[in-house]
Structures are given as structure tokens and as C-alpha cells.
Design a binder for this molecule. Structure first.
Ligand SMILES: Nc1ncnc2c1ncn2[C@@H]1O[C@H](COP(=O)(O)OP(=O)(O)OP(=O)(O)O)[C@@H](O)[C@H]1O
Ligand SMILES: [Mg+2]
Length: 317
């Protein structure tokens, strides 16, 4: 056992400044995805004095085993076994969820807002700890792995990509800090971001502003995708943007996504049924449970909830 224990609680953010302070620490010590999580949920990590002093230990709080198992580069088989989860005591968000997602599967998560889709996906990179049951990658309980090993093998593209007030190049390189200039530019090309970056006043050296304020939503998304290309992880988690993008960005992002997903195990929380229809497996969530699974054709024929979600979207929303 590692002796350092840092209590971490998720609380609503009241202080923007304190949140920023914690974020800065996170950037230094951990992966961008963890920061993304912190920002997306408008959470700050426990703000006690010891927390700030021991900020560097944020990852080590997870090292629950003295000898972590070796993951290497996983194939990307995912399994949830009787997983329950709650953010607050007695308010279950996932209830005894069990499912297998074989390597190479494009798996879409659908269901009403608040059903638990993002929470489910966030348990794979272990942004949160399960309350009961276990989540496995290639048969390894995620708690038995070194957090850095686990997360190196997962790329997360979230609804609101996190950008830091730094150059485009440095923002991109967060996808894989040891990437070369050529690799960063190739990833930007793959994400259809290279051309717009070249068109900026200082190209890759352009500062993006506070939280990427100088970029459009579609441009930020493409930066996030370029990071995922750089990381080239076998497991990909996409929490699709719901916000309307300009049509140029939209087309470019769809094309980039298609390319990015090839050969990966993909969890995609999709709001567009055009994406969902193509998934090899669809999991339907409702009130913290997986209530149905299958292909589009199977679910449309056999699951009233899926059918109504689909029809509502086709009706335009
Ligand atoms: N960080 C958090 N702290 C406390 N409760 C949370 C947190 N994140 C989500 N919840 C709650 O957990 C439940 C499931 O949320 P989740 O974000 O997983 O749903 P979702 O299916 O992804 O919904 P949406 O389609 O709106 O994105 C909701 O009731 C939500 O309010
Ligand atoms: Mg969600």
C-alpha cells in the first residue's frame, strides 16, 4: 500500500479562482482528460489545505495495490460486472450494470438525459471509483492498473474540449507530450484542423485565449480530435457535442471521427442517430440501468424507449 491518502470529494464549484488553482495543479501532474472531467462537471476537488499541499498525489490516491498489473497496449475488451455507482450517498446513478464490449466494437450509448451515459463512460478511465462491482479492460480490473497506464490507452473527446491559454501547438501536444512537431501537424491534418490553424495570424504559435475563447466551437472540437489522433489509444470515448456547429466544421468533424474510430473500441454518446445507426452495438440507458442492447434494427423493432427516442429525433430537435 502506498501511504499517501488524499481525500477527494466532488463538490459544486463555488469559487472560480479556487477551481482555477486546482486545475493548474492538475495540468502539471496528470492527464488532460482528468482536467476535462473536472471542468465539465463544474467540480473542484476537495479544497482542504492538505489537498493543495499534496496536489501532486492526486494520481497516487488511486494506486490501491502495491503491485499494479501490467496492461501493456490492451486490445480494448471492456466489461462492466454488476457495477453500481453514486455521486452522492443513496442517490444511485448506475445500478448493477453489466455488459461486455469486445475489442473493436463501436458501441453507442443512448437514453434520456440523466440516464447515466456519461457516468458509465467515465468509469472506464477511472475518473470516478465504482461503488460496487468492477470495470475491466482486457480482463484487468481498472483499480489493479497504474492510472497512467490505463489512461495512456484511452482517448477522451468530451463535449466541451478543454483548452489552455497557450499556443495551439502546446494545446495539441497535450494529446501526447513527447510527440514531435511533425507528428502534431499530422494529427492536425487528420483532424481537419491544419488548414484553419495555418490561416491564423501566427499559425501553430497562435495563442488560443482563455479556455480557447479565440476559437469557434467547431475549431475547439477539431483541436480535441487532433489530440485523440496523437494519442492513438486503442480505446476511444466520444461524448458528442450537442451544440450546433457551423456546417464546415460539422462535415470535417464527422469525417475526422470516422477515421479516428477505425480499429478502436469506441464508446460514443451520440445525439445524432446517423452515428448511432452505424454502431455495431447500442446500449439503451434509462435511470441508471441498461434496459436494452442490440443493433439499430433490433432495438427499433423491439424497444419502445429506443423507438421513441429515435422517432423524436427524426421529427427534428
Ligand atoms: N459530477 C456529478 N456530481 C453529482 N451528480 C452528477 C454528476 N454528474 C452527473 N450527475 C448526475 O448523475 C446522473 C447521471 O448523469 P449523466 O451525466 O451520467 O447522464 P447522461 O445520460 O450522460 O445525460 P446527458 O444526456 O444529459 O448528458 C444525473 O442525475 C446527473 O445529474
Ligand atoms: Mg452526458
Amino acid at each position: 500500500m502506498i501511504g499517501v491518502q488524499v481525500r477527494v470529494e466532488i463538490v459544486p464549484s463555488r469559487s472560480r479562482d479556487l477551481g482555477a488553482l486546482v486545475l493548474v495543479r492538475e495540468v502539471v501532474v496528470t492527464h488532460v482528460q482528468q482536467v476535462a472531467q473536472v471542468v465539465r462537471d463544474r467540480c473542484v476537488v476537495h479544497t482542504g489545505h492538505e489537498r493543495l499541499v499534496q496536489g501532486r498525489c492526486v494520481d497516487r490516491r488511486h494506486e490501491t495495490r502495491a503491485q499494479p498489473e501490467d496492461l501493456g497496449r490492451p486490445r480494448g475488451d471492456l466489461a462492466f460486472e454488476q457495477v453500481s455507482f453514486a455521486y452522492q450517498p443513496n442517490e444511485p446513478v448506475l445500478r448493477e450494470v453489466s455488459t461486455r464490449i469486445p475489442a473493436g466494437t463501436v458501441c453507442a450509448l443512448v437514453g434520456p438525459s440523466g440516464a447515466g451515459k456519461s457516468t458509465f463512460a467515465n468509469l472506464v478511465p477511472r475518473f470516478y471509483e465504482v461503488v460496487e462491482g468492477r470495470v475491466t479492460v482486457d480482463g484487468h480490473d481498472v483499480r489493479a492498473l497504474r492510472l497512467a497506464d490505463l489512461r495512456r490507452n484511452i482517448a477522451v473527446v468530451s463535449q466541451e474540449p478543454v483548452l489552455f491559454n497557450d499556443t495551439i501547438f502546446n494545446n495539441l501536444q497535450l494529446g501526447r507530450p513527447d510527440a514531435t512537431r511533425a507528428e502534431v501537424e499530422q494529427a492536425a491534418r487528420d483532424a481537419f484542423a491544419h488548414d484553419f490553424i495555418q490561416g491564423l495570424p501566427q499559425g501553430y504559435e497562435t495563442m488560443v485565449g482563455e479556455r480557447g475563447a479565440l476559437l469557434s466551437g467547431g475549431q475547439k472540437q477539431r483541436i480535441a480530435l487532433a489530440r485523440a489522433f496523437l494519442r492513438n489509444a486503442p480505446i476511444l470515448i466520444l461524448d458528442e457535442a450537442t451544440s450546433a456547429l457551423d456546417s464546415d466544421s460539422e462535415a470535417a468533424i464527422q469525417a475526422a471521427l470516422k477515421k479516428l474510430m477505425v480499429g478502436k473500441t469506441v464508446l460514443i454518446i451520440a445525439h445524432r442517430f446517423s452515428t448511432i445507426r452505424d454502431a455495431s452495438l447500442i446500449l439503451v440507458f434509462d435511470q441508471g440501468r441498461i434496459v436494452a442492447s442490440g443493433t439499430h434494427a433490433q432495438l427499433y423493432a423491439g424497444n419502445p424507449l429506443y423507438r421513441s427516442l429515435y422517432d423524436r429525433q427524426q421529427g427534428g430537435s
